[in-house]
Design a protein around this ligand. Sequence first.
Ligand code: HEC
Length: 128
Amino acid sequence: MRNHFKIAIACIAMTTFTSCYYDKKDQVYPQVAIPTCDTTNITYSTTITSILVSKCYSCHDATTANLSGGGILLNSYTTLKPYITDGRFINSILQNGKASPMPKNMAKLDVCTINKIVVWINKGAINN
Ligand code: HEC
């Protein structure tokens, strides 16, 4: 009987400890990472180029454009610029029906990536 009592006390103690642990504020309400989109300091040479390299060069680089990119070369500022001017670059990634949707046969670019491109274009699409 005494042993049963001890076990009962031990159980209560353990439960109390455990619940105290989980009562900690940051355990009950864990911090949720809020997605942020940093659109400051967007440059052609870093931001835009890295997007193009990872999402577009498989079809629009010098070695791929004629094979899988419809002959469209986007591997430099000079070759990209005409597609910015005529709107096809932005319309293709917005997939708004005004140009062929890009990247072709792949998932649409995420909102943050599109935002970065929009910000760069709105600031004049300069070769920075
Ligand atoms: C899998 C290959 C592939 C990928 C990846 C790809 N493209 Fe294309 N792109 C093409 C082809 C092929 C065309 C020619 C038109 C067509 O077939 O739709 C084209 C056409 C275009 C055009 C002209 C659209 C028009 O309506 O005339 C633009 C602008 C363009 N791509 C931009 C991009 C951008 C920006 C990316 C990356 C975000 C990208 N593409 C990724 C294959 C690709």
